[in-house]
Design a protein around this ligand. Sequence first.
Ligand code: BUP
Length: 467
Amino acid sequence: MSDGVIHVAMLPCAGMGHLTPFLRLATFLLHHNIKVTLITPQPTFILHESQLLSRFHSSFPQVTLLHFDAPQPPPLSSLSSDSHVAIPYFQRIEDVGSSAAKALSPLISSFSPPLTFFVSDFFMISSILPITQSLSIPNYVLFTSSTTFFTFFSHFSALSSSLPSSLEAVEIPGVPPLPISSISPFLLAPNSTFKKIFMENSPMVTKVDGFFINTFEALEHQQLEAVKGGKVLSEMPPVFAFGPFVPCEFEKEGDQWKKPFKWLDDQPSGSVVFANFGSSSLFEWEQIKELARGLVRSGCRFLLVVKDRKYYKEEDKKEESSLEEVLGDELVDSVRKKGLVMKEWVYQSGILSHEAVGGFFSHCGWNSIMEAAWNGVPIFGWPQQGDQRMNAEVVERSGWGTWNKNWGWIGEHLVKGNEIGDAISMFMNDESFKIKATQIKEEARKARSVGGDCEVALQKLIQKWKK
Ligand code: BUP
């Protein structure tokens, strides 16, 4: 530390689900007078990342933005229809890690003021830690998923040899057994890139200076207690629950974010189910049709955001597919009677805060879950990949949502409209989810209030960094 300035460098991996929580954490640190340098790979994985970064920078010009080059995998839009959408993403994680490992040392050793600490991404611990250690810079890691998934991640290398042959569930000390069916098939496969990333990073958990997790006590008390109390791993470094990360103003995109709000403003309070499934859960057209049929059948008002593989061409303005092309004229007509369908990026955290929204039909990405918690919106989960089934469990266990375990991983089978419609109708009419979601919101706000858990934890760290 120099002249009392606390200086952090932060390095998110790829994807909005990683960049967004890094920027929200950066905002939290900036509000506590911590100097922030942000180091990001170029080009970004999707266009929205670079747009979000530039809006963040306009809001906080005092932040130093640095880039390093990382090879860009083929765009999602170029995938053949039988390739899994996650594969280019796994490749991207690997590429960002190895590029960062080459670029970082000269970048950070000359910083002025020198770095007080570094925050890296949990997918890149093995690439970054040797560098920060060689420069004697404390290395904290932002874990961008649930604590539940963290217990699994930190045990992964020990578990992995027994994973495919395990019976029904995996035992992790101090937390409920984890059903094998909740583990991504890519982590059960013998040679996937995703598994390799986990195998490289999971053993490094005990070597870092601490973990920041976007969660809060009332939501994951048992998991946090098990992690912090050394039950999950006896040599666990300090773990700080800094969530829920609060959505920020700079996340609004130009005037475009206003589009669905005009429609939402005309809907009765709590009547709308908002369906959005993340940036990488790209549905086939057949599934999008069933989804639309299901929402019509549910009888609820709905705001549906759809992204198919062509979405990424659209993003690059290479190709557009109209709603009529995807759904057909007849379905478009019935959809328009009750709903609004958007084929573009929306201001999700803002939509979740709109009073017309009474339920969230979600892929259960962790940021999405935390945004729903922040706004007290019940969740019907349709987890598709990665950590999402474990995240859906967190919601179900705490009583503010549910999910259907038979719907499978993305693309495994077609989920029919009648099943979707009946599930959503039951969900939207269940008052118990609403009551519990309101309590979750109160706890979420308390955790982030002045004198709440986050503030107390950060102040303790600031005292430590100042020494
Ligand atoms: Br899609 C979408 N608008 O239209 P998660 C996402 N988001 O603001 P994960 C938007 O992106 P994947 C959109 O609010 C959240 O902060 C959303 O993170 C925002 O998803 C973030 O929910 C997405 O953690 O999957 O697991 O990273 O990358 O598919 O979104």
